[in-house]
Design a protein around this ligand. Structure first.
Ligand code: NAI
Length: 334
C-alpha cells in the first residue's frame, strides 16, 4: 500500500537513505521537530516518523486526521501519547535495539569524566594551568555500581562494569536470576542499591511509575559522596532533589545526558514564547545552576549519538514504515 509519510527531525544524509528505502511511497522530510507550528504540513500524512523532540500528544494527533502509524526514531517513546493513539487505532513503533552498547559506552564516558576529573582537567589545561591540585580521582576497581533498570542498556553497563573490576548491585521490577549469576551481579531493593553504591546509574524507561524514581526522600539514602549518572530520561530524577543533594554536598557529583527541562536548555529562545510561565523560567535557572557546578558533567542527550547507532536507527525506522505499509513485522510498543 502506497502511503503518504511525513518524516521529522531528519538531516539531509538521513533523508537520502530513507528516500531510497521508502521508494514507492510519497515521502516528505522536515529537519525540525513536529510541533503546533508545523503540524499543518503533515495534515495528509498516513504515517509519520519523529525523534524525541517532537511531542506527539493529543492536541497534535487530533490535527492529523489521516494518521494510522507513528514510527519513532528512538527507543524511548514517552514523547508520544501511546494511550491516545491506541484509542484512535493509531499504531506506534519504536527502535528497540540500536544502542545498548552505544548508550552503555557513553555511560562510562560520563562515569570516567567524573571519577578522573577529565572535565576539570580539560578546562584547566585549556587555560594554560597544568597544576594537578584538586584533580585526584578514584579507582573504579572494587567500587560498587548501582544499576537501576537491567534491560538491554543496563545489562551492557553491568558487563562493562565487570571489566573494570567493579561490584554491581541492581534494582529492577523484573529480575532474572540466570543473568545475575552469569554476569556476577546481585539484585537488591531500590533503597539498598542507593545506600550501598558508590555510583548509581539509571537505565529505566520513563513512565508514570518511573517519574521521579529518584526523589527528595530516597536521594538522601545515597552514600555521602556517591555519584549519580542519568542517561535514561530527565523525569526519572526529581531535579529539585538533585539540586539540593548537590548543594548540601550530600552526593559527590552527577553526570547527566538528560535533564528535566532539557528542551529549554537546548533552545533558550523558547522562553520568549512562554511569557508568563514562571515555572519554566525557574526550571531553566535551576538547571543552569546545576550545570555550572564543577562536579556536574552534562552532555546534551547524545548517549545514542554514534554513527553506527544512527545507521541502525534508520534501518529499523525504514523497516517499521515498510512493515506497516506491507502488513509485515513492526516493532510495536503497544
Ligand atoms: P529496556 O526496556 O530494555 O530496559 C528497561 C528496564 O527497566 C527493564 O528491565 C524494566 O523491567 C526496567 N524497569 C521498568 N520500569 C521500572 C521501574 N519502575 N523500576 C525499576 N525498573 C524498571 O530499555 P533499554 O533499551 O535498556 O533503555 C532504557 C531507557 O534508556 C529507554 O527507555 C530510554 O528512555 C533511555 N535511552 C536513552 C538514550 C539516550 O540517548 N540518552 C538512548 C536510548 C535509550
Amino acid at each position: 500500500m502506497k502511503m503518504k509519510i511525513a518524516i521529522f527531525e531528519v538531516q539531509k544524509w538521513k533523508q537520502e537513505f530513507l528516500k531510497a528505502e521508502l521508494a514507492g511511497h510519497e515521502v516528505e522530510f522536515f529537519e525540525e521537530p513536529l510541533s503546533e507550528e508545523n503540524v499543518e504540513k503533515a495534515k495528509d500524512a498516513e504515517a509519520i516518523s519523529v525523534f524525541i523532540y517532537s511531542k506527539v500528544k493529543k492536541d497534535i494527533i487530533e490535527k492529523l486526521p489521516k494518521l494510522k502509524f507513528i514510527a519513532t526514531q528512538s527507543t524511548g517513546f514517552d514523547h508520544i501519547d501511546v494511550e491516545f493513539c491506541k484509542e484512535k487505532g493509531i499504531g506506534v513503533a519504536n527502535v528497540p535495539h540500536y544502542g545498548e552498547n552505544t548508550v552503555a559506552e557513553h555511560t562510562f564516558a560520563l562515569i570516567l569524566a567524573l571519577s578522573r576529573n577529565v572535565h576539570k582537567s580539560y578546562l584547566r589545561t585549556n587555560s594554560g594551568d597544568f597544576s594537578i591540585e584538586g584533580l585526584k580521582g578514584f579507582d573504579l576497581k572494587d567500587k560498587t555500581l548501582g544499576v537501576i533498570g537491567t534491560g538491554k542498556i543496563g545489562l551492557h553497563v553491568i558487563r562493562m562494569a565487570k571489566g573494570f573490576g567493579m561490584h554491581v548491585k541492581a534494582y529492577d521490577v523484573q529480575t532474572d536470576n540466570f543473568l545475575s549469576e552469569v554476569l556476577h551481579f546481585e539484585y537488591a531493593s531500590l533503597d539498598e542499591v542507593l545506600s550501598t553504591s558508590d555510583i548509581v546509574s539509571l537505565h529505566v524507561p520513563y513512565n508514570k511509575n518511573t517519574h521521579h524514581l529518584i526523589n527528595k526522600e530516597n536521594i538522601k539514602k545515597m552514600k555521602k559522596g556517591a555519584l549519580l549518572i542519568n542517561t535514561a530520561r530527565g523525569g526519572a530524577v526529581d531535579t529539585d532533589a538533585l539540586f539540593d543533594a548537590l548543594d548540601e554536598g550530600h552526593i559527590g557529583g552527577a553526570a547527566l545526558d538528560v535533564l528535566e527541562g532539557e528542551e529549554l536548555l537546548l533552545d533558550e529562545k523558547q522562553m520568549l514564547y512562554y511569557k508568563e510561565d514562571n515555572d519554566k523560567l525557574r526550571e531553566l535557572v535551576r538547571n543552569e545552576q546545576i550545570l555550572k557546578r564543577d562536579n556536574v558533567v552534562f552532555t546534551p542527550h547524545i548517549a545514542f549519538y554514534s554513527q553506527e547507532a544512527l545507521e541502525r536507527i534508520l534501518n529499523a525506522t525504514a523497516e517499521n514504515l515498510k512493515g506497516f505499509s506491507e502488513g509485515g513485522t513492526i516493532y510495536s510498543v503497544s
